[in-house]
Design a protein. Structure first.
Length: 297
């Protein structure tokens, strides 16, 4: 069995003239923060590396979950992490924005860089790192607040915007997350009153509203129906123009549809990393072939 990579048109096509342009004055922004309303253009040549793991190992106590990983994740592309349960996909993702800092037994060795930033250095500002690297989890986790306040939450912390600018940013983020039309008449109602798929898209809107460079998605569609899944895949396809995206998925069709690059993990190691077409249609490793064709996992 082989997979053909097909790209779909985004479900909700954004019309640039409808995106409110309201960059806050640079002087009002904290260092490094940028208003996501200003979209950089997609580079023509091969993309630079956004995230780099060099001889990276990760442990929980004595247990080694990640074993000597060298992996370069390209900027402004979608990289899929695939592999059987327990092979370390979530662990690796959580190191990128230092989520494992809250796990007392977790430690790592080796190097991990986000562009020039030494992610693991004790001097690294973790709050700023997490603004640059947003994460969306398998289970939607909206705050017990209104839809508007969920999306505005990070912007209120990191950007000093007027009410008009904040309104524009909330609308822009919800449009980007392909959920605006479903929530625009109930922005001040609780986010927890939405369906699971809508909650997940509101969580994505909340994540992109602070203008991250990297979007980490850990099985973002695993609890969603096919229509919501399709909306999120369209969204990923669109967002890759602006963000570096890493998505963990157990769905091989989804990985082949949305990812430019694919990394196959097994027992804490990267067995194979290449373009999605290559990994799915002519893998160099037998383990990869067995996994993508459903012989194990
Ligand atoms: N907090 C933790 N404490 C101890 N061990 C952990 C912890 N989190 C994960 N592990 C172990 O680390 C290994 C890798 O787990 P991880 O969650 O990264 O796998 P995964 O590839 O994301 O799996 P899945 O596809 O099931 O989500 C597993 O053996 C897991 O049991
Ligand atoms: Mg996982």
């Amino acid at each position: 069995m082989t997979f053909t990579k097909t790209k779909q048109a985004p479900a909700e096509t954004l019309k640039p003239e409808r995106i409110p342009a309201a960059d806050p004055p640079a002087a009002l922004q904290p260092t490094g923060a940028r208003n996501p309303l200003s979209e950089p253009s997609r580079p023509e040549s091969s993309p630079p590396i956004a995230i780099s793991f060099d001889s990276f190992n990760a442990f929980y106590g004595d247990y080694q979950a990640i074993d000597q990983i060298n992996l370069q994740i390209p900027s402004k592309q979608v990289t899929g992490f695939i592999g059987p349960s327990g092979c370390g996909k979530t662990t690796l993702l959580r190191w990128i924005n230092r989520m494992n800092d809250i796990v007392p037994t977790a430690r790592s060795t080796g190097q991990l860089h986000l562009h020039d930033l030494d992610v693991l250095a004790s001097s690294t500002d973790v709050v700023e790192l997490r603004r640059r690297v947003g994460i969306v989890f398998q289970k939607p986790n909206p705050f017990p607040k209104s839809i508007y306040d969920n999306v505005a939450y990070g912007a209120r912390l990191h950007l000093k915007l007027t009410r008009t600018e904040l309104d524009a940013l909330v609308e822009w983020s919800l449009r980007k997350a392909a959920v605006w039309s479903e929530v625009k008449d109930r922005l001040h109602k609780p986010a927890l009153g939405l369906s699971g798929g809508q909650q997940q898209r509101v969580c994505i809107a909340r994540t992109i509203a602070t203008g991250p460079e990297v979007l980490l998605m850990d099985e973002p569609c695993s609890a969603l129906d096919p229509i919501s899944t399709s909306a999120i895949e369209d969204l990923i396809f669109e967002l890759r123009q602006q963000f570096t995206i890493v998505i963990v998925t157990h769905n091989m069709q989804q990985a082949s549809r949305v990812s430019d690059m694919t990394a196959f993990f097994y027992q804490g190691k990267v067995v194979e990393f290449g373009t999605t077409d290559q990994v799915f249609t002519c893998p160099t490793e037998k383990q990869t072939e067995d996994y993508v064709t459903g012989k194990f996992g």
